[in-house]
Design a protein. Structure first.
Length: 611
């Protein structure tokens, strides 16, 4: 700081105004003839510890400044310190109001190299020289230590690279060149020996021809047997059809025998009552009425039987549409149904019922449990990634005193909630042993699978549904909140960028983009970073943006120590220039060939100044 009296104030102000100082200067305008103002100075005031040189031309001005600024009580008790409005403790904590308290412990309070007041600076110079000598000695030691560490690091890096290259081979055979080379030599020797023994080769060739002929003959026999098998199968089907027709005739024959017995019994009763020429006509009419009634009853019974048979056939077709897709619900199709019954008995399906239930429990339900776990795991990963990105955003200043945080809330979609409920219902109770679980869960799982595969007439709708419910990003509504750094209170809430200016939209987009990149590279803001390669290429991202948002994005990427390659038109160079180290100019002459010119930013500025 510099004290300037009123007589020289104007000259000093003009000099400072037109001169580039290369540093910071604070000067105070004072009146050297000013007398100290009358003030009550306590016995424990800080002013009693300061002595002003009496013959100094600024003695009066200094005393006035000291009285105005440093008439502060020195206390040794925190109880007293807390009660006073202005006070300072022996350890350096001071207050100038009831609210503001301050203590600067960046340097030791007894460090003479930091003292600035006094009539003689010999002790300060000695302290600074001593500190300088100590730092110089420490620097030399650290330089040697760094050189040793860097040499050790280079050795370890070379060893690591060698080991990494070695680990690329999973077996010794990948490195063993001698064994295959030796084997090649042996095979070549064997080949030469075989070529020299032409008789052996001829014999082997003849044997090969015989084997080929035998193979062709066997293939012909196989084709003939296959054809014969087809004929036999057709004959079996024809015989089965004849058997079914014969069974129908046998059934009818049994019915006829029963009818004949009934007729004979009726005729015996009729003859027992006696027949005469007088009664024969009446008996004839009685016989006709009797058999007409019996025929009517049998016709009704046949109709009811036919109706029941057709109804049962229809129920079967409705319950098993795939198995009965070629069946007609008619009595004439009875042979086809009998054939299907024979197949079912031969397949013995009840024997596979237990196996089906076991597979339903152990495989299908297990797959659905895996599907639910995978989707829930992906959902949890999204939340974890949002938390890690927010950790980076917390350290990035969005605007003065604020930061951005991302919010992922469960989506309020009835469709997704219903799908999650269906998954949960399909796998709940999987450990139970009751049969109700199998039937119920099978139908639930079947409904989900059918919709996954696409139901007939709803394939496009089901395909969109499947994409919505299995992409867990659709399980969340994403938004952004701008919060104050001081107390985390929300300043503004963004569900989208609607209603914001172009610059605000760009700034928000750059902030989220930078935090996402930080998460991908595993970076943490304001933390010591490894010497890893964190390369990001931005192609004309700043072409249409405002200059201010471009500068904000470049400062933001720089704070995360990202290594940028910015591709931009030439009109943006003046904005990007302060943030780059190397410039590359690409020119394409008439679209035929491209050329590249590279230079350091210092050379670019020098050439620009030279025109």
């Amino acid at each position: 700081s510099l004290l300037v009296d009123t007589a020289h104030y104007e000259a000093v102000a003009e000099y400072v105004e037109r001169t580039h100082l290369g540093g910071k200067l604070v000067y105070l305008k004072v009146d050297r003839d000013r007398k100290p103002e009358a003030a009550e100075i306590g016995a424990d005031s800080l002013l009693n510890k300061i002595e002003v040189k009496a013959d100094s031309p600024f003695a009066g001005a200094l005393e006035s400044m000291l009285v105005a600024r440093f008439n502060i009580p020195c206390v040794t008790s925190l109880d007293v310190f807390r009660r006073l409005k202005r006070a300072v403790t022996v350890h350096g904590q001071f207050k100038t109001s009831y609210e503001r308290h301050e203590k600067d412990d960046r340097h030791a309070i007894g460090d003479r190299s930091r003292w600035v007041l006094g009539w003689d600076n010999a002790e300060k110079l000695a302290a600074l020289r001593s500190e300088y000598d100590g730092l110089a000695e420490k620097t030399a030691y650290l330089v040697q230590a760094i050189e040793k560490i860097e040499q050790a690091l280079r050795n370890m890096t070379a060893l690591r690279d060698s080991l990494r290259d070695l680990l690329a081979f999973e077996a010794f055979s990948a490195l063993d060149w001698y064994t295959p080379s030796r084997r090649i030599e042996e095979l070549e020797t064997e080949r030469d020996a075989l070529q020299e023994s032409s008789d052996i080769i001829a014999e082997l060739t003849a044997q090969l021809q015989k084997v080929s002929q035998a193979h062709a003959a066997l293939k012909g026999e196989l084709d003939a047997l296959t054809s014969e098998l087809g004929k036999l199968e057709q004959q079996i089907e024809d015989l089965q059809l004849l058997r079914n027709n014969a069974r129908l005739l046998v059934d009818n024959a049994e019915a006829l025998e029963t009818l004949e017995e009934a007729v004979e019994a009726f005729a015996g009763d009729l003859l027992a009552s006696g027949l005469t020429l007088v009664t024969i006509e009446a008996r004839k009419r009685e016989v006709l009425r009797h058999f007409a009634a019996e025929i009517e009853k049998l016709d009704k019974r046949i109709i009811r039987s036919r109706e029941k048979i057709v109804r049962d056939m229809g129920d079967f077709n409705a319950a098993f549409p795939v198995a009965a897709k070629e069946f007609d619900a008619a009595v004439e199709s009875a042979p086809e149904y009998r054939k299907k019954l024979a197949e079912l008995k031969r397949d013995d399906l009840p024997r596979w019922r237990k196996r089906f239930k076991s597979l339903l429990r152990e495989k299908m339900v297990q797959h659905f449990v895996t599907l639910q776990y995978t989707l829930e795991q992906q959902s949890s990963e999204i939340v974890e990634k949002i938390d890690k990105i927010n950790a980076s955003l917390r350290d990035i200043e969005y605007s003065e005193g604020t930061y951005i945080t991302l919010i992922a809330e469960a989506v309020k979609s009835a469709e997704i909630r219903e799908f999650k409920a269906q998954l949960k219902a399909a796998i709940s109770g999987a450990i139970l042993e009751d049969n109700s679980y199998d039937e119920q869960k099978f139908l639930q799982i079947k409904a989900i699978i059918e919709r996954f595969n696409g139901r007939e007439g709803h394939s496009d709708e089901d395909r969109r549904w499947r994409k919505r419910v299995t992409d867990v990003r659709n399980w969340f509504d994403f938004s952004t909140a701008e919060r104050f750094v001081s107390d985390d209170e929300m300043k503004e809430y963004y569900t989208d960028s609607g209603g914001k200016s172009g610059g605000q939209k760009e700034k928000l987009a750059y902030t989220v983009l930078a935090s996402s990149l930080a998460f991908q590279f595993g970076l943490e803001h304001n933390r010591i970073q490894s010497r890893s390669f964190r390369f990001v290429m931005i192609d004309e991202a700043f072409g249409r943006g405002s200059d201010e948002s471009t500068r904000y994005a470049l400062r933001l990427f720089g704070s995360l120590d990202l290594q940028l390659l910015v591709i931009t038109p030439k009109q943006k160079i003046n904005v990007i220039e302060p943030y780059v180290k190397t410039v590359h100019f690409v020119h394409n002459d008439a679209g035929r060939e491209s050329s590249l010119i590279s230079m350091r930013i210092e050379e670019f500025r020098r050439r620009k100044e030279q025109g």
